[in-house]
Design a protein around this ligand. Structure first.
Ligand SMILES: *[C@@H]1O[C@H](CO)[C@@H](O)[C@H](O)[C@H]1NC(C)=O
Length: 164
């Protein structure tokens, strides 16, 4: 599932320009159950798991300090995982959505890219931290029974929390 598209993602970020860096915009439609993935005190993000059914992202789960946290959404479909190495962090998120969030591509400092979902949808976004020392802490979002309707990547200092 790893594909060497980090340069392409950086190019997309550059082309999309300023709107891509507005930090508090949900991508998709804010409807259904709201969540923000929790961060255990002082722990770094060490892995990300998403469940993909057909072309929808159904649920997501974060791993901190080697322990998996709560599942947000549903464990339907294929579980896909990105396990981060020591000193590796996620530095950009690219995604596409139609009615549901269909695809999220996470780009890490290694660099490498992890694809969650392979079916592109018509709306696309790219998001990165405004402060280059920040990294992905987790996500906020909205889900319904059919899948995630909206996501918001949360950026901050390592060990920070993931509030609205
Ligand atoms: C979290 O990451 C920071 C920066 O990489 C590091 O200094 C710190 O030791 C890490 N914390 C834990 C609990 O691993």
């Amino acid at each position: 599932m790893f594909q060497p598209h980090a340069m392409l993602l950086l190019l997309i970020l550059a082309v999309l320009g300023t709107p891509a860096f507005s930090t508090e915009t949900y991508y998709g439609t804010k409807t259904g159950t709201h969540f923000c993935t929790s961060v255990p005190e002082g722990q770094n993000l060490t892995g990300i798991r998403m469940y993909v059914r057909n072309s929808n992202i159904m649920g997501m789960q974060m791993q901190h300090g080697g322990n998996w946290g709560l599942l947000y959404g549903y464990s339907d479909g294929n579980p896909l995982e990105l396990i981060l190495g020591d000193d590796e962090s996620v530095m950009s998120v690219y995604g596409t959505y139609g009615y549901y969030i269909q695809q999220l591509i996470l780009s890490t400092t290694r660099p490498r890219d992890m694809y969650f979902g392979n079916t592109r949808a018509k709306n696309e976004f790219a998001d990165s931290p405004q402060n280059p020392s920040h990294e992905l802490l987790g996500f906020c979002g909205y889900y319904v029974r059919g899948g995630l309707r909206a996501v918001l990547p949360k950026w901050g200092s390592p060990g920070g929390s993931c509030k609205e």
